[in-house]
Design a protein around this ligand. Structure first.
Ligand SMILES: Nc1ncnc2c1ncn2[C@@H]1O[C@H](COP(=O)(O)OP(=O)(O)OP(=O)(O)O)[C@@H](O)[C@H]1O
Ligand SMILES: [Mg+2]
Length: 324
């Protein structure tokens, strides 16, 4: 957790300010800490469904260490990748958009130069983020990699729309909660990067070994309020803006819904973060098959429960997008 506040504060200024700049495209990140929970599958399902509704969608493979969205779409060798942008072979992200088998759905591939991309330098990450707004699209979906490295957290925090995917296992629940917590504290650390006193209080909330430990964000805000009421209002506003949509993917029974509810309850209690648990997506062998056959909508053709769930998730995201 310490790393959340270690990198150069001044450099991160735009991450804080850019959140208040109006944008036209609706941006959503799909993350969640643990690997293999279905982030890429949900990105693709949601993107395809929005595209079928006539929205112009760009999905971005922001899994910089293990890009594979192009493969899921049956594209073997992407003509352009984010690497071309980072190496300044092209000037805009629009030039990287690849056509996919689904009309209205474009892909920006994460590229194959894995080692180079997995740890983009600060300036490279900033360049990608700042250019997202110039993309010609109605919806931009970012498929994030596994883990909670600060590059992943910065992508997640940059988009106002935030989706967390969890699979119905205790380890996945732990990871998803840890991911939400890390993202929130990274954001707060960036917002208060120039205020040593408040930053110290944030550190006490993060550091489990701290003597005067602060146990929840509610306690943190109360402590901040003692120091400076204005900062407490800013923190409250940050919490109001930090809303999570959570999906339990690969659910095997109705009871698996509880994994989403646990995250909701704990996030509310300890982080003061509102988590909206959407309809779970069931486990279905057809999903695996559609991936093996690189036929992204195979599960759809059968009118399956998975297809129905994706449909409902899409309606929720459309509704929530109106408020972004
Ligand atoms: N609802 C589902 N039913 C059955 N299998 C699924 C479902 N969702 C995803 N899978 C399978 O789980 C595997 C992991 O999915 P996916 O690649 O989307 O996960 P991910 O979270 O993007 O992984 P990574 O963290 O490695 O990027 C895939 O093989 C996919 O076919
Ligand atoms: Mg993935």
């Amino acid at each position: 957790m310490a790393m959340l506040i270690e990198d150069n504060a001044a450099q991160n200024d735009f991450l804080v300010k850019d959140n208040y700049v109006p944008i036209t495209a609706k941006m959503w990140s799909i993350g969640g800490g643990k690997g293999g929970t279905g982030k890429s599958f949900v990105t693709l399902g949601l993107g395809s469904r929005l595209a079928k509704m006539g929205k112009k969608v760009v999905i971005i493979d922001a899994d910089l260490g293990g890009a594979n969205l192009h493969t899921l779409l049956g594209i073997r060798y992407p003509e352009h990748t984010l690497n071309d942008f980072l190496k300044k072979r092209v000037d805009t992200l629009n030039e990287l958009c690849l056509e996919t088998p689904i009309s209205n759905l474009k892909l920006i591939s994460g590229g194959d130069d894995i080692l180079y991309l997995a740890n983009p330098k600060y300036s490279q990450k900033a360049r990608i983020l700042r250019n997202l707004k110039k993309l010609e699209a109605d919806y931009i979906l970012l498929d994030l990699g596994a883990g909670s490295s600060f590059n992943i957290l910065d992508f997640f925090n940059y988009t106002q729309g935030k989706i967390v995917i969890v699979s119905p296992y205790p380890t996945s629940v732990q990871n998803a909660y840890g991911f939400i917590k890390s993202a929130l504290f990274r954001r707060l650390s960036q917002v208060f990067s120039k205020n040593g006193q408040i930053l110290n209080l944030i550190k006490k909330s993060i550091d489990p070994g701290s003597e005067e430990r602060i146990n929840s964000v509610i306690e943190l805000i109360a402590a901040v309020d003692q120091v400076d009421g204005e900062s407490a209002s800013i923190m409250n506003r940050e919490l109001d803006n930090f809303k999570i949509k959570l999906i339990v993917n690969m659910a095997k029974s109705r009871g698996d819904m509880k994994f989403g509810d646990i995250i909701k309850i704990v996030s509310d209690k300890y982080l003061g973060v509102s988590v909206d648990v959407l309809k779970p997506i069931p486990f279905d062998m057809m999903v695996e098959k559609s991936i093996i056959l690189t036929d992204p909508l195979l599960y759809n053709k059968t009118g399956s429960e998975v297809a129905m769930s994706i449909y409902e998730v899409t309606s929720d995201i459309l509704k929530a997008s109106k408020c972004l």
